[in-house]
Design a binder for this molecule. Sequence first.
Ligand SMILES: Nc1ncnc2c1ncn2[C@@H]1O[C@H](COP(=O)(O)OP(=O)(O)OP(=O)(O)O)[C@@H](O)[C@H]1O
Ligand SMILES: O=C(O)c1ccc[n+]([C@@H]2O[C@H](COP(=O)([O-])O)[C@@H](O)[C@H]2O)c1
Length: 214
Amino acid sequence: MGRRIGVLGGTFDPVHIGHLRGALEVAEQFALDELRLIPNSQPPHRGVPSSSAADRLAMVQCAVADLPPLTVDARELGRDRPSYTIDTLESLRAELSADDRLYLLLGWDAFCGLPGWRRWEELLEHCHILVLQRPDADMEAPEALRDLLAGRSVSDPQALLGSSGQIAFVWQTPLEVSATQIRQLLASGRSVRFLVPDAVLAYINAHGLYRAPN
Ligand SMILES: Nc1ncnc2c1ncn2[C@@H]1O[C@H](COP(=O)(O)OP(=O)(O)OP(=O)(O)O)[C@@H](O)[C@H]1O
Ligand SMILES: O=C(O)c1ccc[n+]([C@@H]2O[C@H](COP(=O)([O-])O)[C@@H](O)[C@H]2O)c1
């Protein structure tokens, strides 16, 4: 019987309870052996993050310390080009057994952007995709995803077959929080207590991240 491994990639600028609660719930729902949070180094489709890749990685490490099965995977920081998910999946697959199941977690907003991703049509050769609801996202699935959804989505997430190739929408506790909101609160001198784990807040304070310059 293969292992079940989840992957949640993100900019994590900073990591917050929306990421962590969603990841934990999926890990439990799918009885994952491991769920890896993978901070990107150079986000392919957005500007340069506010904090460095090293700080974003350190914050994710603080967040998941002693929180099995959540772990951190730093492989994207070793690349000196945009952090394309297809590269990450290929390198993960090269380390896994053929019967290991790989689940790529995407928030609804990220899923809707999929047709712009590098070699996006190959992603499902390596993993299943689990789409997390995002309460603040009210977009419709783009036209380019309609055929994929018709052919590859299953209504019962527990009915995903094989080690890759299908899409399921998963329920999670809706948490309307974003890293953008957290950066804005900090820049205006307000509290982000309870939106990020205390250990992440301690790191942010110790390193003076996201504060407006005096
Ligand atoms: N509150 C949330 N609920 C569910 N999924 C989320 C939530 N926040 C982020 N995600 C998902 O987690 C992944 C990584 O997100 P990311 O690091 O870009 O955080 P973000 O809060 O969307 O950041 P920003 O506000 O800077 O765009 C994406 O797939 C995103 O859709
Ligand atoms: O592979 C791509 O072309 C691609 C394009 C946009 C985003 N991604 C990845 O999707 C994840 C969420 O991205 P973001 O910008 O919402 O943090 C993160 O792991 C990114 O590296 C990947």
